[in-house]
Design a protein around this ligand. Structure first.
Ligand code: 2AM
Length: 470
C-alpha cells in the first residue's frame, strides 16, 4: 500500500512525485497516457531507487492507497480536472482527500469542493509555485479548502516544501483561497518581471550599459535589499553567450503567458482594488505581443532621440526606483488578497502568506521578511506603503524614483511599471485628489449627486445656475 497517490505526470506532477518519494513517502502514480507512468518509474529508479509504484489502470491505482486516501492531482486546469475527478469519484470513499495542485480558477475549486463534500470527500485547491526545479526539490505550496483534510496531508507537504525559516507551506484558508493566493502570487511575479525589464531598458538605453556590465550590476543588487531569485537569474541571463554575441540580444521580444496574471488584474477590477503596477505588467505583455504592428509603427511614429549619458548615480537611482516600485506592487497584491479575504470571510493571514513565499517560488526574496514583519506588527495594516519602515524607505528613494521616471519619459523609454507605481504612490499619499471635478461632471451630466467637504449628505446642483445651486 502507498501512503499517497498522484495523478498527472507532466513536468510538475512527475517532479513532485519524485520529491515526495525522496522524502520517504511511498507513492502510487497514474497518468492518462501510460508512457508518462513508465517515464516516471524510470526516473524514480535512476534518481535513487525511490519508492514509486506506477499504475496503468485507475482502479488499481486507487486500490493501492492507504485509507483515508490522499490523492494529489496535477492535470491541466479546467475541463481535464473535471474529467479526472469524474473518473475518480466512483472509486473513492467518504473521508478520502483530493488535492488539486494546478493553477485553477478559484470558483472551479469551490464548485468541485461542494460536489466532493456531498460524497463525503474532502477537497483542497493548492497553488504550487517554483516550476520544475521547485517541484522536484522544494516548492512553495498554498493549500486552501477543508482544514481537517489539510491536517491529513500536512506531514507530507511540510517535508516536501522548500525550507526557508520553516516549511514554505501553511494552511491558507477555506474555499478557493489557496488558488486565489497563488493567482495573486503570479500577478506579483508579473509585476516584478516587468519592473526588472524596465530597469534593464533604462540602464541599457539611457545608461549605455553592456551586457557584461548589466550582469555585474544585477549580481551586485542581488547582494543587497533586492536579493531575490528573479534578480539572481537576471544576472545569469546577461552572461549567457550565443556565438559571438549574447543570447539575450537574440531572443525575440514577444512574451508568452498562461493566464493567471490576467486573472489577477480581472480580480483587482472586480474587487475595486487599484493594482497599477500589476496591470502595467499585463499591458506590457500585450504590447510585446504586437510585434509586427510595432515593427511597422516604428517606421511611422517618432520619439525623442534616446541618448546614453554618463551619470555616476544612474545605477543606484535605478536600483532605488526598482525597489520603491516593488513595494507598491506588493502592496497592491496584498491588498487584493485582503479584499477577497474580507469579501469571502476567508480570514487570511497576510504575514504567513509572505512567509511561505520566502522559498521555492519565483518571487522568493529577502524582502518578504519585511512584509511578514509589517503584517505581524499590525495585522490590520491598510497598506504596506504606510508601514513605518516601508514609508521611510519610499521617502528615501523618492528623488531617485522621480529622476528615473523623468529620464525615461524624456528619452522615450516606456516604463509603465515604474511610472504607474509612482502615480499609485502619488495618488495614495494625497489627501485631496481631483476627483471633486469628476463628481461635478457626473452630477452635471447624470445627476449622480455628490458629497461635500463641509456638510453631511448627498447633493445635486443646478449647474445652469451660476449662483450657489445647493
Ligand atoms: P496526458 O499525459 O495523458 O496528456 C498536463 O497536460 C497533464 O494533464 C498531463 O498529465 C495530461 O495527461 C493531463 N491531462 C490533460 N487532459 C486530460 C484529461 N482530459 N484527462 C486526464 N488527464 C488529462
Amino acid at each position: 500500500m502507498s501512503e499517497i497517490g498522484l495523478v498527472g505526470l507532466a513536468v510538475m506532477g512527475q517532479n513532485l512525485a519524485l520529491n515526495i518519494a525522496e522524502k520517504g513517502f511511498s507513492i502510487s502514480v497514474w497518468n492518462r497516457t501510460a508512457q508518462r507512468v513508465r517515464d516516471t518509474l524510470a526516473r524514480a529508479q535512476a534518481e535513487g531507487d525511490l519508492p514509486v509504484t506506477g499504475f496503468e489502470d485507475l482502479a488499481g491505482f486507487v486500490a493501492s492507497l492507504e485509507r483515508p486516501r490522499r490523492i494529489i492531482l496535477l492535470v491541466k486546469a479546467g475541463a481535464p480536472v473535471d474529467a479526472t475527478i469524474e473518473a475518480l469519484f466512483p472509486l473513492l470513499e467518504p473521508g478520502d482527500v483530493l488535492i488539486d495542485g494546478g493553477n485553477e480558477w478559484f470558483p472551479n475549486t469551490e464548485r468541485r469542493a461542494k460536489k466532493a463534500e456531498e460524497m463525503g470527500i474532502r477537497y483542497i485547491g493548492m497553488g504550487v509555485s517554483g516550476g520544475e526545479e521547485g517541484a522536484r526539490h522544494g516548492p512553495s505550496m498554498m493549500p486552501g479548502g477543508s482544514r481537517d483534510a489539510y491536517e491529513l496531508i500536512a506531514p507530507v507537504l511540510e517535508k516536501v516544501a522548500a525550507q526557508v525559516g520553516g516549511p514554505c507551506v501553511t494552511y491558507i484558508g477555506p474555499g478557493g483561497s489557496g488558488n486565489y493566493v497563488k493567482m495573486v502570487h503570479n500577478g506579483i511575479e508579473y509585476g516584478d518581471m516587468q519592473l526588472i525589464a524596465e530597469a534593464y531598458d533604462v540602464l541599457r538605453i539611457a545608461g549605455g550599459l553592456s551586457n557584461d556590465r548589466l550582469a555585474e550590476v544585477f549580481a551586485d543588487w542581488n547582494a543587497g535589499e533586492l536579493e531575490s531569485f528573479l534578480i539572481e537569474i537576471t544576472a545569469r541571463i546577461f552572461r549567457k553567450r550565443d556565438g559571438d554575441g549574447y543570447l539575450v540580444d537574440a531572443i525575440l521580444d514577444k512574451t508568452g503567458m498562461k493566464g493567471t496574471g490576467r486573472w489577477t488584474v480581472q480580480e483587482a477590477a472586480e474587487k475595486s482594488v487599484p493594482a497599477a503596477t500589476i496591470a502595467a505588467a499585463l499591458d506590457g505583455r500585450y504590447l510585446s505581443g504586437l510585434k509586427n504592428e510595432r515593427v511597422r509603427a516604428s517606421r511611422i511614429l517618432t520619439g525623442p532621440q534616446a541618448s546614453a549619458a554618463a551619470d555616476p548615480d544612474l545605477v543606484d537611482d535605478v536600483r532605488n526606483a526598482l525597489y520603491a516600485a516593488k513595494i507598491c506592487s506588493y502592496a497592491q497584491g496584498m491588498n487584493l488578497i485582503r479584499a477577497a479575504s474580507d469579501e469571502y470571510g476567508w480570514n487570511l493571514e497576510l504575514g504567513s502568506i509572505a512567509r511561505i513565499w520566502k522559498g521555492g517560488c519565483i518571487i522568493r526574496a529577502a524582502f518578504l521578511d519585511r512584509i511578514k514583519d509589517a503584517f505581524d506588527a499590525d495585522p490590520k495594516l491598510k497598506s504596506l506603503l504606510v508601514d513605518p519602515g516601508f514609508a521611510a524607505e519610499l521617502s528615501a528613494r523618492q528623488a531617485s524614483w522621480r529622476k528615473i521616471v523623468g529620464l525615461a519619459v524624456s528619452n522615450g523609454i516606456a516604463v509603465p511599471g515604474l511610472s504607474g507605481s509612482l502615480a499609485y504612490f502619488d495618488a495614495y499619499r494625497r489627501e485631496r485628489l481631483p476627483a471633486n471635478l469628476l463628481q461635478a461632471q457626473r452630477d452635471l451630466f447624470g445627476a449622480h449627486t455628490f458629497e461635500r467637504v463641509d456638510r453631511q449628505g448627498s447633493f445635486h446642483a443646478d449647474w445652469d445656475e451660476l449662483a450657489d445651486g445647493v
